[in-house]
Design a protein around this ligand. Structure first.
Ligand SMILES: Nc1ncnc2c1ncn2[C@@H]1O[C@H](COP(=O)(O)OP(=O)(O)OP(=O)(O)O)[C@@H](O)[C@H]1O
Length: 308
């Protein structure tokens, strides 16, 4: 199946000479939820703004649904909804008008029943006649989502959808993404919150200093790069680690009551039996063992650190 978005060797150098994207190539499959992760200034917004046609690339090409975003801008743009980080100013406009207006921008006929459904889904229906400026920050976010959905896009971009929002809105966003995915909408989101990617994404891409350094299925990524950590709770504080156990992967906590051991859970020999046997033989008594799978966050931090 051909990808719904295909980015080929994309470069962007801003005026002044800063190179924000360096030969980025990326395919997005129809119906997937793709999370783009990266530290501040990595190029996430530049990449999605370029795909959406708001920033002109200095090299490379992009197609959306087979349409080239430069040669066939209108056709490509029509397929895309973008939820930006900030609200463009239309402070006096009513919620329902600003959302309905978006359809007109794309040359589409009015569809009041769709606008009603979107506003209800986003808990904005009661506020439909309120001017934008009277809404809370979280509600303005909801309006941005409603605007992006009004022309029934096949691909939805969410730029930091939950930065600075409360727990309720974050949950609502996650629920909405799930619902849109069920309806077949392709979703690309940028986020700093790794747990968000962990919760929602099918695939994860990591961008750092304008380069895509990794793209993988979320589950595969966590399995491949994920390590496990074993924590052993000791009955009594331990002075020093028994001889032969003072390797890098084994550490004694500052309060000397816990030993942690980091290991590759996929390896044939994890070293767990050896460690536990060695502790017993040395007369170290323990009353509990815990293991923890490293999270996407640990993986991400390691990756970005390694490339810095
Ligand atoms: N209009 C511009 N002119 C010059 N440099 C720019 C412009 N827009 C962005 N940049 C630079 O390009 C780099 C990438 O910025 P971008 O906003 O794409 O990063 P980001 O990954 O979205 O960051 P954040 O997580 O902080 O939103 C940054 O160093 C930024 O300063």
């Amino acid at each position: 199946m051909s990808p719904i978005i295909s980015v080929q060797s994309l470069d962007k150098t801003y005026e002044g000479g800063f190179q924000a994207l360096k030969s980025v190539s990326l395919d997005i499959q129809e119906g997937e939820v793709f999370a783009l992760l990266g530290p501040n200034g990595a190029g996430k917004t530049t990449l999605i703004s370029t795909i959406c046609g708001l920033v002109i690339p200095t090299g490379g090409s992009i197609t959306i649904g087979g349409f080239d975003t430069q040669k066939d801008y209108r056709a490509a743009r029509k397929l895309v909804g973008l939820v930006p980080q900030e609200m463009p100013t239309a402070p006096f406009e009513k919620v329902i008008d600003t959302v309905s207006f978006t359809r007109g921008l794309f040359g589409l006929k009015k569809k009041p029943e769709l606008i009603e459904e979107i506003l209800k889904d986003l808990s904005l229906w009661d506020k439909r006649n309120n001017p934008i400026m009277t809404l809370s920050g979280g509600m303005k976010r909801r309006v941005l989502v409603a605007k992006a959905l009004a022309h029934e896009p096949k691909v939805l971009f969410l730029d930091e959808p939950t930065a600075g929002v409360d727990v309720e809105l974050r949950r609502d966003m996650w629920r909405l993404v799930g619902e849109l995915k069920r309806r077949g909408v392709t979703i690309i989101l940028t986020t700093h919150y790794i747990e968000e990617a962990e919760e929602m994404a099918d695939r994860v891409g990591v961008i750092n200093r304008g380069e895509i350094i990794l793209v993988d299925e979320k589950a595969a990524l966590m399995q491949k790069l994920g390590r496990k950590e074993l924590t052993i709770e000791l009955v009594e504080p331990l002075g020093v680690l028994p001889e032969g156990l003072d390797g890098q992967a084994i550490t004694l906590s500052d309060d000397r009551r816990h030993i942690t051991y980091s290991y590759d859970a996929q390896a044939e020999r994890t070293g767990v039996t050896k460690l536990v046997t060695a502790l017993s033989q040395s007369g170290v008594r323990f009353h509990d063992l815990n293991t923890r799978q490293s999270s996407l966050e640990d993986i991400f931090v390691d990756l970005v650190k390694a490339k810095s």
